[in-house]
Ligand binder design. Structure first.
Ligand code: C5P
Length: 406
């Protein structure tokens, strides 16, 4: 690899379970050692059929442990768990994920995992159908909710001969993931954030709905930014084909404004920050037909009623320690409209984007925004990536927080 990440002095505990990808654990160990890390390895019995402990103990320069109890005595998984700066479980089979997610500690890897106080990184490896099985996906979500970091699987040829998702991340990617973790600024550590993103769909009948063109890109970028900087993020995401598997982001998928509202009311009381980036439908059909509405001669009208205003409702129950950010997509009288929303919804600042700006708004990867604060301070930005808008929004949140707590 071209530029080797710097992991000098880091104590890495590597857990290996029984997948064909275990052969890559030798390369991973080598890379970790070359990056300056001290590596201790624990293996499941099944993994020894794929890679020899002798290879791994030679590369890591430490004895490899695979049994909690041996004739020679008890291997101290508690001590190992406390020793490490990070634990990496690579490969993590579907079986091992199930054990980790449910607290089953019948081998050295899962017992050490339960004893570890350090951040844990899990690199799953399995066949495509096993990966997509709801039970595996539930285990992944469960592990994320405990604060573990999931290293995304790759797509490609699998040992079964099938092609698809499920390949373990390459050793280089795993080492980079660790490097990013150790070098990241964790200025949102200990904070919980609620983010809304995407459109909402309001059903008319079983096949039709009222919706909008929001992709959710902006809100997803903010969720990922805050999580990368240490926050525990709840992302309440309307119906969009996009999503995220970033570690630290708990994804709650919803369809209607009412569902989004209910999920937000549940999550908001424990949140320090709320960023409401969703394009919530303002109206929904008053009556939803159980059957597909047939067309008739002449025009038709659908009576509509207002949906709950999530931002305004949260603004009413917001306490002093909570900081709330809204978005405004305007086509005319941009600044005064945005200022009105800021006040009505009790926001700390509002991110204004105008549909008149090229490259801004729905579906683009870029956005041109203006921040307007409660104290009327205005910051205008050039057209930039949504990722950079997310970074600037996070910085603005911190700046306001520091001003109010100073
Ligand atoms: O739709 P509007 O322009 O009023 O949106 C301004 C802000 O209010 C946005 O942050 C949006 O996510 C939020 N909003 C909401 N619930 C609604 C409508 C808007 O949370 N029903």
């Amino acid at each position: 690899m071209a530029d080797l990440p710097e992991l000098k002095g880091k104590k890495i505990l590597l857990g290996i379970s029984g997948s064909i990808a275990a052969y890559k654990s030798a390369f991973l160990t080598r890379l970790l050692v070359k990056s300056g890390a001290e590596v201790q390895i624990v293996m499941t019995r099944a993994s020894k059929d794929f890679i020899s402990p002798l290879t791994l103990s030679t590369l890591s320069k430490h004895p490899v442990l695979s049994d909690v109890g041996t004739e020679a005595g008890w291997n101290n998984h508690v001590e190992l768990g406390l020793w490490a700066d990070a634990m990496v479980i690579a490969p993590a089979t579907a079986n091992t994920l199930g054990k980790l997610a449910n607290g089953i500690c019948d081998n050295m890897v899962s017992a050490t995992y339960l004893s570890a106080r350090c951040p844990v990184f899990v690199a799953p490896a399995m066949d495509v159908d096993m990966w997509h099985h709801p039970s595996t996906q539930n285990n992944i979500r469960q592990l994320q909710s405990y604060g573990n970091h999931i290293i995304p699987v790759g797509t490609g040829e699998l040992a079964s001969g099938l092609t698809g998702e499920g390949r373990m991340a390459e050793p280089e990617q795993i080492v980079r993931f660790l490097d990013r973790h150790f070098s990241a600024k964790e200025d949102f550590k200990g904070k919980t954030a609620l983010i809304t993103a995407g459109p909402t769909f309001e059903p008319i009948d079983p096949v039709r709905f009222i919706g909008n063109h929001s992709s959710g890109k902006m809100g997803i970028a903010i969720a990922e930014e805050l999580a990368a900087r240490g926050a525990q993020v709840h992302l309440v995401l309307g119906p969009t084909k996009l999503g995220t598997d970033a570690s630290g982001v708990l994804l709650h998928r919803v369809t209607t404004a009412q569902q989004m509202y209910e999920k937000c009311l549940e999550v908001f009381p424990d949140s320090d920050i709320a960023v409401l980036a969703a394009a919530v439908a303002d109206y929904r059909p008053k009556n939803v037909s159980d059957v597909k509405i047939k067309k008739k001669e002449g025009d038709m009208a659908i009576p509509l009623e207002r949906t709950p205003d999530i931002a305004a409702s949260l603004g009413k129950i917001k306490s002093d320690h909570q900081l709330m950010v809204g978005f405004a997509l305007e086509t005319n009288n941009e600044k005064s409209n945005a200022q009105g929303k800021l006040e009505r919804k009790n926001l700390d600042f509002i991110v204004l984007n105008s549909l008149r700006d090229k490259g801004a708004g729905f579906n683009h990867d870029t956005n041109k925004v203006t921040f307007i604060r409660k104290d009327n301070k205005v910051k205008e930005f050039e057209l930039q990536s949504k990722k950079n808008v997310a970074r600037d929004s996070a910085d603005e949140i911190l700046e306001i927080r520091q001003l109010t707590t100073a």
